[in-house]
Design a protein around this ligand. Sequence first.
Ligand code: ADP
Length: 548
Amino acid sequence: MALMGQMMAMPLLISSLIQHAARHSGETEIVSKRCEGDLHRYTWRDAERRSRQVAQALGRLGLSPGDRVATLAWNGYRHLELYYGSSGSGLVCHTINPRLFPEQIIWISQDANDKVLCFDLGFLPLVEKLSAQLPGIQHYVLMSDRAHMPAASSIPNLLCYEELVEAEDGHYCWPEFDENTASSICYTSGTTGHPKGAVYSHRSSVLHAYGSALPDAMDCSSKDVILPVVPMFHVNAWGLPYSSAIVGAKLVFPGPHLDGKSLYELFETEGVTFSAGVPTVWLGLLTYVKSNGLKFSSFKRTVIGGSACPPAMLASLMDDFGVEVIHAWGMTELSPLGTLSKLTSKQLALPVEQQRRILEKQGKVIFGIDMAVINDEGQALPWDAQSSGNLVVRGHWVISSYFGEQRSPLVAVDGQPGWFPTGDVATIDADGFMQITDRSKDVIKSGGEWISSIDLENIAMAHPAVHEAAAIACAHPKWDERPLLVVVKKPDAQVTREELLAFFEGRIAKWQIPDDVAFVAEIPHTATGKIQKLKLREQFKSYRLPSA
Ligand code: ADP
């Protein structure tokens, strides 16, 4: 008979993260730019006490374990308290992306069966518009103080967050329960159809926080000052509210102020060392910093993910500003981190140019995640940097099913079931560095051969006149599809279609060079700041390529 281990079985609970931070980094600050306009500061110790008061207040509203507490809020300390106060007390925190269309917000909230909706001051008009269509919501909580409450509002039972919190004494013990209990729910942004809910557990969230803080992942420590630019409504700000608590880092929340100037000022005044966000955010920040001839004095490294980080952006941050870029790949279904690109000791000896090619990849898995690339028959492909296939993953923080769906999304690899198909197409090299070629639905299929839209975008983004670029498939009578490059020029920059197409020569195989360039004033983005390829393809549906 097997000998069983004789160790304590302490459940992995989210409340333990903030208790740890309060006890061991109690003096460390959490600074928030508030919706009200001012800067708020307090400590992890204060945050834990107030999270207990939030737990008490939510209990007093009559919620029972498993009930969903929805938020429509920017990054800030009250949002953090709701994260911990709801999950920590056995409720489920449901962060809603306020940038979604109102119909999507209604759909998501009804699907999740939200009981309470807590929202920032700036979203009062939005919630007033929506509340009539949210019959399931029993309580609306405005995340502000009495002075900012509206004199009159169409919202039924509108409560004041500060009043609710201050009415509680904080004499509350975080309950202990099964670590597999749901802690939070996030919806995919719906770029591929109806949004779907990913229900995280306490166990998966704590393990994700542990893993993502590791040195070869986000490398977080108590010496860091972390500013998550990635919103707390975008896959829990990639877990940073949890991993910061584990390591006891100072947190800086930008609130709704995400423009280049506001971010830069906050980076400088608070001594931010580490940040994370999607490429479009860095586009804005870099434009501001460059056009004003500024430098960063404390900013050391950043995680960029959510969509491919253009090599030109990586080079600019590293060479012009000395900021280390950690390119990461993940998705809502993975809580979200799967892989990050950091050089191994062997690679440190390589010439810089070769190192750059490695850092541009999406990187290696964190321990706890397993990956493979497979062909359409479900056979694993070799890790040779060449064989491109469907990327599948499994691990401690990967969903096994979607909220409310009976059908399992999982597939088999070489006959072994239990792998989650990501919908991404990728290669893996012999060192285990994964590189995304495309999302399977964004790949451009020309005469049976695949052209990576990401490759085309990366080249275009390296042209000095290009602010943003997207490559999409355009119908072609002979080749089925051919690439069309959609470009937003930098303000005042001059470049012609011919010059841009000539820029591709020698940088990619000739047959992969786009057939045409369309200059536009703006490229549509999803609610999480990614290029909306679906919309772009619709926009150019009847576009006739000159070669067609
Ligand atoms: P949605 O799928 O609804 O847009 P997610 O934020 O979960 O929301 O998106 C995950 C997808 O984003 C991945 O499947 C992948 O296609 C893309 N992605 C994320 N990180 C990267 C990256 N570093 N490079 C390329 N694509 C990425």
